[in-house]
Design a protein around this ligand. Structure first.
Ligand code: SF4
Length: 265
């Protein structure tokens, strides 16, 4: 269910590395990724994650005041939601915020699982030094549909990476979270290398509040044969991820891709 809401503030200080501010145009996210840990940091959010989305309809108006008074800094657009989730197609809150940030000289950092970002290429290319990140967790679109049902297809995401690059926008890929025994890493890295992003940032599952239960339920439905492996990883067995890390580094080297690890790996 979509609900329109009004907010009092727009930019909030961010503790994420490389960001000064967080700007979230929506509360909730219709992409509904099985491993999402955003609900664990939004304790005040009462909706059903994946179904209920609150649209901050007055956000551009509030932001238009803040950009005149706040110190310039890097704005992470959508740190606990996807700024290009389906509601953005109608409401264009992200686009209107981008226009203001561009006008007032605030650099932005964007990461999405949606090809809707293509719509804003005209604006994005005008931000000096901008980097746009696209998340990929599998090459198999039927697996993507079960893990990230509301997001754009794998093929669309790969095409949008190409299109961004062709328009002079620096791109990167967030390969994460690597879902043990599900993410087809080698095939995925091959496909990523073909669209030539600036670099790949690799991450593992983050077991924040509620994530273990949700992922366990997903794995039971997806492939009950994997339940034991997941339980072992959840309980602290590091072997799987250490092997994956080695494999990712080797494969990226082979393909000439710069590879970075999330600092919490
Ligand atoms: S796109 Fe991001 S915020 Fe949205 S459900 Fe997926 S992980 Fe959560």
């Amino acid at each position: 269910m979509i609900k329109e809401i009004k907010v009092k503030t727009a930019l909030s200080p961010s503790l994420l590395p490389g960001l000064d501010y967080a700007l979230n145009p929506y509360r909730g996210c219709a992409h509904d990724c099985v491993y999402c840990y955003a609900p664990s940091v939004l304790h005040w959010y009462k909706g059903k994650w994946g179904e209920d989305v609150e649209v901050k309809v007055n956000l551009p108006r509030i932001l238009s005041k803040e950009v005149r008074t706040k110190k310039k800094g890097i704005v992470g657009l959508g740190t606990v939601t996807d700024p290009y989730q389906p509601a953005e197609g109608k409401y264009e809150i992200t686009r209107r915020c981008l226009e203001l940030l561009l006008m007032h000289g605030f650099p932005v950092c964007i990461q999405t699982k949606s090809s809707l970002v293509r719509r804003d290429i005209d604006l994005l290319r005008r931000f000096p030094g901008i980097e746009v990140g696209i998340t990929l967790t599998t090459l198999d679109d039927s697996v993507r549909q079960t893990m990230e049902p509301g997001s754009s297809s794998v093929e669309e995401r790969l095409r949008v990476l190409e299109e961004l690059r062709e328009n002079g926008i620096n791109t990167w890929v967030f390969l994460g979270p690597v879902m043990p025994y599900i993410t087809d890493i080698e095939a995925l890295i091959d496909a990523i290398a073909d669209v030539k992003p600036g670099y790949v940032l690799v991450d593992r599952l983050r077991l924040k509040e509620g994530v273990r239960e949700r992922v366990s339920e997903f794995v039971r439905g997806f492939d009950p044969g994997l339940v034991r492996e997941y339980e072992s990883i959840f309980d602290g067995d590091e072997d799987y991820y250490l092997k994956i890390l080695e494999m990712v580094i080797k494969k990226c080297e082979e393909k000439g891709l710069r590879c970075e690890m999330n600092r919490l790996w």
